[in-house]
Design a protein around this ligand. Structure first.
Ligand SMILES: Cc1cc2nc3c(=O)[nH]c(=O)nc-3n(C[C@H](O)[C@H](O)[C@H](O)COP(=O)(O)OP(=O)(O)OC[C@H]3O[C@@H](n4cnc5c(N)ncnc54)[C@H](O)[C@@H]3O)c2cc1C
Length: 406
């Protein structure tokens, strides 16, 4: 079976890399063991960060530098102009943009005042101080200024679906125990055998390069190809979901150099608004059980959103680990990571917003790779493995069965 590149993992990273390599003329197959984006992408808040979170100390940090070009690249792709223009990117014109801006506000604490001033000062542009009449309803009673930052918020399920749709014939569903690697030496894979999940004929592949974009699954995949699983770190989060008749809200409440709460909104299948609450609340929640975290989140939201009543809302929590390149102190890496060892590339984007940069890095790592001459780009290309089941897009955490409390 002739594929140049075999990708493991179909979250935002794997799907963007698939698109990038396909457009570069390579024959690429992506293997997914659960559902597309199951893990971090579907649980994420979908904010296309431009660096605001990383300028809260008033400095342009390395993280802010690495991410500040991203909103422009995404906007081109969301306009459908990514593939045609110089930026090069998928056509995301059918992705649902939930909000064109994120709001930024503060509480009345001293550190909160300083944090907001630092954030506004550290940003280069695209921040507007809102007049009182233009504030979104949940922020009407907030003390101090409210800013609108030009950071879009995406419906990540529609992002996964639009990224995968043009490549459906090049996606396969695999069972984790049904994948066998023939490893010549650490990081040198000769052959990969994929068992058919429904008992059909297996696939025997001899890709020139294997790309691991399996998020938290990368550690085990690395071990199986003879590479150290220690290259990965996990940073846990414990998000809070609140649903009911709530106003839509997208943004960050700033306190010192931290985002005390980051809130994004979705509408669930029953028509209820769901708030996905992260930021410091989700970091604090890591060592709390769900009832303790819900009690903490109730107090925090009452404090960061004065005047908003959540008396009739329902609450639940979701644990999800961020999976990234290991750093010496276990801190957030400054940018995306893609490294080639033998014929294996391991990649973590660190942020959803950084997927375009990660895909470019992966393509550059393939530039010198021995491979067949590129196949011509053909949208009607024949499917690889026509009789294989294709992975579906993961369901958002609020559509999964879970216990909600009043
Ligand atoms: C709660 C939360 C909120 C976030 N909010 C934001 C945000 O607002 N903005 C932002 O920019 N970033 C955000 N992030 C970070 C962002 O979500 C991640 O950086 C990004 O989604 C990682 O994508 P990924 O494709 O590497 O991993 P994942 O999305 O985890 O995808 C990995 C895929 O690999 C598959 N897989 C696993 N093991 C195997 C295997 N053995 N074989 C085949 N497939 C396998 C999984 O099923 C999954 O589909 C957030 C993260 C979290 C946890």
């Amino acid at each position: 079976m002739g594929v140049d590149v075999l990708i493991f993992g179909g979250g935002v990273a794997g799907l963007w890399v698939l698109d990038e390599l396909h457009r570069a003329g390579m024959s690429v197959l992506l293997a997914e063991s659960r559902a597309l984006g199951a893990g971090q992408t579907i649980a994420s808040q979908g904010i296309i960060h431009g660096g605001i979170k990383y300028t809260l100390a008033g400095l342009l940090s390395e993280s802010a530098r690495s991410i500040r070009e991203m909103p422009g690249i995404w906007r081109e792709c969301l306009r459908g102009a990514g593939g045609a223009g110089g930026a090069g990117g998928p056509d995301l014109s059918n992705v649902r943009v939930l909000s064109e801006v994120c709001h930024l506000w503060r509480t009345d604490s001293l550190s909160s005042r300083a944090g907001l001033a630092g954030a506004a000062g550290g940003l280069r542009s695209e921040v507007t101080r809102l007049a009182a009449a233009d504030r979104p309803p949940p922020l009407v009673q907030c003390p101090g200024d409210v800013f609108a930052v030009r950071e879009q918020v995406l419906d990540v399920a529609s992002l996964l679906s639009e990224l995968s749709r043009p490549h459906e014939s090049h996606l396969v569903k695999v069972e984790e125990p049904g994948v066998d690697f023939a490893v010549q030496r650490p990081g040198e894979v000769n052959c990969v055998r994929l068992a058919h999940p429904a008992g059909g004929s297996p696939l025997e592949l001899k890709p020139c390069v294997i790309v691991l974009t399996a998020g938290a699954g990368n550690a085990e995949l690395r071990r199986r190809v003879g590479l150290s699983p220690q290259a990965m770190q996990r940073r846990p989060l414990h998000q809070v979901l609140v649903r009911g008749r709530l106003p839509l809200l997208f943004g960050h409440c700033v306190d010192g150099a931290k985002t005390r709460a980051t809130i994004t909104s979705a509408v669930d299948a029953a028509g209820r608004t769901v708030w996905n609450v992260g930021g410091q609340i989700a970091e604090d929640g890591v060592n709390m059980d769900p009832p303790a975290l819900v009690a903490h989140a109730r107090r925090e939201l009452a404090s960061v959103l004065p005047g908003v009543t959540l008396a009739e809302a329902e609450w639940t929590t979701v644990r999800v680990d961020r999976a990234e390149q290991a750093t010496p102190a276990g801190l957030r890496p400054a940018g995306p990571h893609a490294k080639r060892e033998g014929n294996v590339i391991t990649a973590w984007p660190t942020k959803l917003a950084l997927a375009p940069q990660l895909a470019r890095m992966a393509r550059e790592l393939l530039a010198g790779a021995p491979r067949r001459p590129p196949a011509p780009l053909d949208p009607a290309r024949p499917p690889i493995a026509p009789d294989w089941p294709r992975p579906r897009v993961a369901a958002p955490p609020w559509e999964e069965p879970r216990d909600w409390s009043a």
